[in-house]
Structures are given as structure tokens and as C-alpha cells.
Ligand binder design. Structure first.
Ligand SMILES: Nc1ncnc2c1ncn2[C@@H]1O[C@H](COP(=O)(O)OP(=O)(O)OP(=O)(O)O)[C@@H](O)[C@H]1O
Ligand SMILES: [Mg+2]
Length: 222
């Protein structure tokens, strides 16, 4: 990490700051702090949610939870477990959390290639008085995984390839513009709240209709 580069670890705090922009707020999945009661509510509202540590872990601690047909499904990595009721599911999540602060996010049905979800990492760095986008890449989840992190075996694609192969018929130019408008407006809010930040890595997912969603922002992107 460059000296003087400010880091903000909390996903919760960063998300609260970028949602101060109403345009951006419309592209952030519904998110609450984790509790067993909140889990029940979010599952009733959305059917499937993602539980993740408030401080990032490279996709490791991310849990996908669904409720359908009266039973609960919990997926972490390649391990899927089923529960007939909420209490054993909560025990499983607590075993994974080990006391860490978690948040629950509505699960976005990400566009896919060959059944594998894809999302995008957009990296922007401060250059003098301005900012420059230095990377805009697709990350295709390793077969069998739901997380796209490269450190979890995800495959890197170009932005254009990712959009063309997962959303045929959608214009790459328009998707690129939409994503950059979102990262630009978010960056502005983050700069106001956290003076001194000089690099950002946005994780953006395009759902199956092509709508962009900000999944999280890293202040120490790899
Ligand atoms: N709301 C969501 N809907 C669908 N998939 C999601 C959602 N949130 C996260 N994911 C998937 O899980 C992956 C990891 O989640 P996220 O980026 O929030 O945390 P992280 O990568 O563990 O944190 P960090 O990047 O700080 O290390 C995402 O790249 C994406 O593939
Ligand atoms: Mg991430």
C-alpha cells in the first residue's frame, strides 16, 4: 500500500457513504447488518441473500443463503447444506462468522457464462488533481463456485468479452458508460467522506437484465 494512501476497511461504512448519492443508491442491493431476525426478514423479502463479513476476505467468508419450498439452503465455497428451520441455519452461520461482524445483502442474479456468474472489477487511482481508470475487467467464477474472486480461482476476462458473452445483444459501450457513471459518482462521495483516499476498486455486477449493481468498494484494491 503506497504511503499516505488512506484505507477504509468497513464495507458497511463505504456503502453508507456512496448511497448518499441517490442515483448510486438505486444501484446498491438492499443491505442490513446481520442478525438472525434480519436474516428471516430478508429471506421473506428477497428469497435469497448473501451474508458477508463487514471487513473483506477475498470471497472466503461469503455465504449464499436461500429459502424455497419451506427449507433453507446455505452455500459457502463448494459446500451446500440444507435446513428445515432457521435455528440450525443460524448455528451454521455463527460457526462461519466466528464472532465477526457480518452484513446481509439481497442476492443479485448475476449474468452468467456457461452457468458461472461474472462480475467486474473497476480500478481507479488518483493522478495529480484527477482520477484515472486503470483497470476494468471481468471475473468469471471458478466452476462450482458462486464468488468470482480471482484469488478463489476466478478467470479474468476483458470487460467487453464479459458483457458480450454473458449479455448477448447488450451494447458494451452503454454498459461501460453506466458502470463508469456509477463509479465516478461513488468516488466523489468517498473523497468527500474520506479525504486522502487515492485508489479504489469497485466490484460491480450486471444482473441478467443488464442492470449494474455495486457489490462493494475496496480502498486497497489488488
Ligand atoms: N449481493 C450479491 N449478489 C450476488 N453475488 C454477490 C453479492 N455480493 C457478493 N457477491 C459475490 O461474492 C463475491 C465476493 O463478495 P464481495 O466482493 O462483497 O466481498 P469480498 O470480495 O470477500 O471482499 P474483498 O473484495 O474486500 O476481499 C463477489 O465478487 C460476487 O461474486
Ligand atoms: Mg470483492
Amino acid at each position: 500500500m503506497e504511503s499516505g494512501s488512506r484505507q477504509v476497511a468497513s464495507k458497511w461504512l463505504k456503502q453508507a457513504v456512496i448511497s448518499r448519492n441517490s442515483m448510486v443508491a438505486g444501484h446498491i442491493p438492499a443491505t442490513v447488518r446481520y442478525s438472525p431476525a434480519a436474516l428471516g426478514r430478508m429471506l421473506r423479502s428477497y428469497g435469497s441473500v448473501v451474508a458477508k463479513p463487514i471487513v473483506g476476505t477475498g470471497g472466503a467468508g461469503v455465504i449464499f443463503i436461500g429459502y424455497s419450498g419451506g427449507s433453507y439452503v446455505c452455500r459457502r465455497g463448494t459446500v451446500t447444506t440444507h435446513y428445515a428451520s432457521l435455528p440450525p441455519l443460524v448455528r451454521r452461520i455463527d460457526a462461519i462468522r466466528r464472532g465477526r461482524g457480518y452484513m446481509l445483502q439481497r442476492r443479485i442474479q448475476l449474468a452468467q457464462i456457461g452457468g458461472r456468474p461474472i462480475d467486474y472489477r473497476i480500478k481507479t487511482v488518483r493522478r495529480g488533481n484527477g482520477w484515472a481508470v486503470t483497470a476494468m475487467v471481468g471475473r468469471l467464477a471458478r466452476p462450482g463456485l458462486m464468488v468470482t474472486n480471482l484469488c478463489q480461482g476466478g478467470t479474468q476476462l476483458s470487460f467487453a468479452q464479459g458483457v458480450r458473452r454473458s449479455l448477448p445483444g447488450q451494447a458494451v459501450r452503454i454498459k461501460r458508460r453506466q458502470c463508469l457513471d456509477l463509479t465516478g459518482a461513488s468516488r466523489h462521495q468517498l473523497e468527500l467522506a474520506f479525504p486522502g483516499i487515492d485508489q479504489l476498486g469497485f466490484d460491480i455486477g450486471l444482473d441478467r437484465s443488464g442492470r449494474p449493481w455495486i457489490l462493494e468498494v475496496n480502498t486497497k484494491p489488488k
